[in-house]
Ligand binder design. Structure first.
Ligand code: SF4
Length: 356
């Protein structure tokens, strides 16, 4: 699914007859979990207007097309990471302007979460730049407390803390974690060219531990790293973040639309780089199936669009903010959590969003 800009330029664009017979239809796409790489590639290469139209059709069958989830992301530990991810400004292996800091105390994080909630964000994500939690017992306890407190505010809580053991995933779930972000970054074949300090299989192990603990998975990749043409996702994540940098706009729209068709119940999040896009460009992304944005003051290390601008834009386009746990497949995972507020259970029962 992930395509490089360079690779895309070298590919012949396939043209289809007006019947579009070779493009899988929305009606066959919506319940499928067996997409082949070839089919995904065909979708990705189809004429862009057809692709966006199909994606918008699938979006309307599975999700509320006028709902956008507002998420706020906070770095709780910045820079100084020992990993060598070639795209990352937080790696200590490269010379970047990002300054390393220690893990934040609990209260400033809770203050940021309260502000995010007041401004309409329903998911609060916390990111720490390190390889894993080994040797960080006290830091992990602090993070567990952050998760409990933010969840207690009624928000969905997501963390990205590097590699996790099954026991660490279980503790995060018990603390109330909704989702864990762990991007696959790129394909297995291309992985060693992007990261050498860990393996693709280690990445998959953490995703397995997260799933086994009953936590929703947020996982995607960064486009434009030179991947092969035929990469795909091994399993549907509940959330799929898409970074707009450093790819061309039409590559971004193709990726969102293809992801929407293949992952009809997944929330597709427009992540880093959205602040560089014109409002009309963002609207096309929403039409293609993106239904979450990061909003607030700052993403991990890149600027993001502020709440007031986003609210004004959403008003102009008739878009509404999504409630916490409104996504059906996220809410379903929460049903087993004993601390879920009663009103959330009631909302789930009344949910009109179709499920698969
Ligand atoms: S593990 Fe995360 S923080 Fe560390 S270098 Fe890679 S992307 Fe950056």
């Amino acid at each position: 699914m992930f395509r490089s800009l360079a690779a895309q330029k070298s590919l012949p664009v396939r043209r289809y007859l007006a019947t579009h017979a070779s493009i899988p239809s929305a009606s066959t796409a919506i319940t499928r979990h067996d997409w082949t790489r070839h089919e995904i590639q065909d979708l990705y290469e189809s004429p862009l207007m057809d692709l966006v139209f199909q994606a918008a059709s699938v979006h309307r069958k599975f999700q509320s097309p006028n709902k956008i989830q507002l998420c706020t992301l906070m770095n709780i530990k910045t820079g100084g990471c020992t990993e060598d991810c070639s795209y990352c400004s937080q790696s200590s292996r490269y010379s970047t302007p990002t300054k390393a800091s220690r893990l934040l105390e609990i209260e400033p994080v809770l203050e940021a979460a309260r502000k995010a909630k007041e401004n309409g964000s329903t998911r609060f994500c916390m990111g720490a730049a390190w390889r894993d939690l080994a040797g960080r017992k006290r830091g992990f306890e602090r993070i567990l407390e952050m998760v409990r407190e933010v969840r207690g505010m009624g928000m969905e809580v997501c963390t990205t803390l590097g590699m996790l053991s099954p026991d660490q995933a279980r503790q995060l779930k018990e603390a109330g974690l909704t989702a864990y972000n762990h991007n696959l970054d790129t394909s297995r074949e291309f992985y060693p060219q992007v990261i050498t300090s860990r393996s693709y299989d280690e990445r998959l192990s953490t995703i397995d531990a997260v799933r086994d603990a009953g936590i929703s998975v947020c996982s995607g990749g960064i486009l434009g790293l030179g991947e092969k043409d035929e990469d795909d996702m091994p399993e549907h994540p509940e959330s799929f973040p898409v970074n707009a940098l450093p790819v061309s706009y039409h590559t971004l729209v193709r990726t969102i639309a293809t992801a929407r068709i293949v992952l009809p119940t997944t929330i597709i999040r427009l992540a880093a780089g959205r602040n560089t896009m014109a409002e009309s460009e963002q609207a096309m992304c929403f039409m293609a199936g993106a239904n979450a944005v990061f909003t607030g003051e700052q993403m991990l290390t890149t600027p993001c669009s502020p709440w007031d601008e986003d609210k004004a834009m959403m008003d102009r386009w008739g878009l509404e903010g999504m409630q916490s746990f409104e996504q059906d497949n996220v809410a379903r995972k929460e049903r087993s959590a004993t601390d879920l507020p009663k009103e959330v259970h009631a909302k789930e029962d009344a949910s009109a969003v179709p499920s698969v």
